[in-house]
Design a protein around this ligand. Sequence first.
Ligand SMILES: Cc1cc2nc3c(=O)[nH]c(=O)nc-3n(C[C@H](O)[C@H](O)[C@H](O)COP(=O)(O)OP(=O)(O)OC[C@H]3O[C@@H](n4cnc5c(N)ncnc54)[C@H](O)[C@@H]3O)c2cc1C
Length: 390
Amino acid sequence: MDDAHLFSKRDYPELRDAVRRLCADFPATYWRTLDEERGYPTDFVGALSQAGFLAALIPQAYGGSGLPLRAAAVILEEINASGCVASPAHAQMYIMGTLLRHGSEAQKQRFLPGIASGDVRLQAFGVTEPDAGSDTTMLRTRAVRSGDNYIVNGQKLWTSRAMHSDLMLLLVRTTPIEHCARKTDGLSTLLIDLRTAKGAGLEIRPIRTLLNHHTTEIFIRDLEVPVDNLVGQEGEGFRYILDGMNAERILVAQECIGDGHWLVAKAAAYASERKVFGRPIGQNQGVQFPIARAYMELEAADLMARKAAHLFDHALPCAAEANMAKLLASEATWKGAEAAMQTYGGFGFAQEYDIERKWREARIYQTAPISTNLILSYLGQHVLGMPRSF
Ligand SMILES: Cc1cc2nc3c(=O)[nH]c(=O)nc-3n(C[C@H](O)[C@H](O)[C@H](O)COP(=O)(O)OP(=O)(O)OC[C@H]3O[C@@H](n4cnc5c(N)ncnc54)[C@H](O)[C@@H]3O)c2cc1C
């Protein structure tokens, strides 16, 4: 097997160039305005869908291009490295995986072609709840079978993009935890059609956050969901979600690395141009070294992300690598964000330079979709065999 692409800076060069060309139509002013208005980049997401980028992972039989995960990761990286923002669209790539791996053939025929063409948006993933937090198995949203429907009651928190999505994958408890052998049993995944659910038992409220992430809280009261919308088997939902997490971690890591490279490139360029005390500030090693260090750490994170994607694409175990890639990428990118803020001095705070916006956006990766401590505890317990802490 030729593994040269593991080390090649520009694997998938045509794909990268195509993404860059599309992104050139969405300059910084577009994102700045959306940030100010807290708007959703409908045109950008539409253009990505039209070009087929969001259907990269959907098999050709359902209208997608059936590319490997590494190609999807490259798409997200290039979006962010060009100064655009992948997060309003990225979830479609990994949520769809649950449907693809565990959905029935009828469900795939029903939903995937519309998702591939961009006519139907599957951008929302409702897992987190106010009282459960990182302890997902403690979630309280309950689905009770009643004839051909489930009746769902509960609340979700931090469900991103729910107001800009047609479908939502919802994790619910179908068997009370006290009746389960393991706390990871008894959870199920339901596909919710938000177009019909809104106003019929489901209410979405935006949450104002540090960054424009289109995040919401969702209140569910006696919502009827057809049993046909159960993805996979009842009670297996937690395993399905875990199953999809490696892909999510790898994609988010690469997207984050895209941000890091954008920040480092900006910082290096500004440090070379800005003259103070009669010389470029980048001539001072106190300014130069943090930028160089961030670059080096991004490159190291990139190697781990490539390794994780390589393992994933060869159906090999990759949970440790996917988690490490996500953590290393989030920290390297944050170093890049800090270096850029410091290098720009006061101008880093001015909105027209975009540094403060990207700095805010770069901070999220250490918390979502999984926080740093939870990754470290996974490594400590499952990779290194140390005692469980929870
Ligand atoms: C902008 C944004 C978008 C999001 N989008 C989505 C989404 O689309 N869908 C969705 O389901 N969720 C989403 N989330 C939720 C996100 O996944 C959670 O915020 C994250 O997983 C952390 O959970 P929590 O906020 O409940 O923190 P908590 O679980 O309350 O944890 C708080 C802190 O304590 C630490 N901690 C907790 N327990 C331990 C322990 N045993 N040992 C060591 N440290 C511990 C955590 O690492 C964290 O730093 C989003 C969050 C944000 C902020």
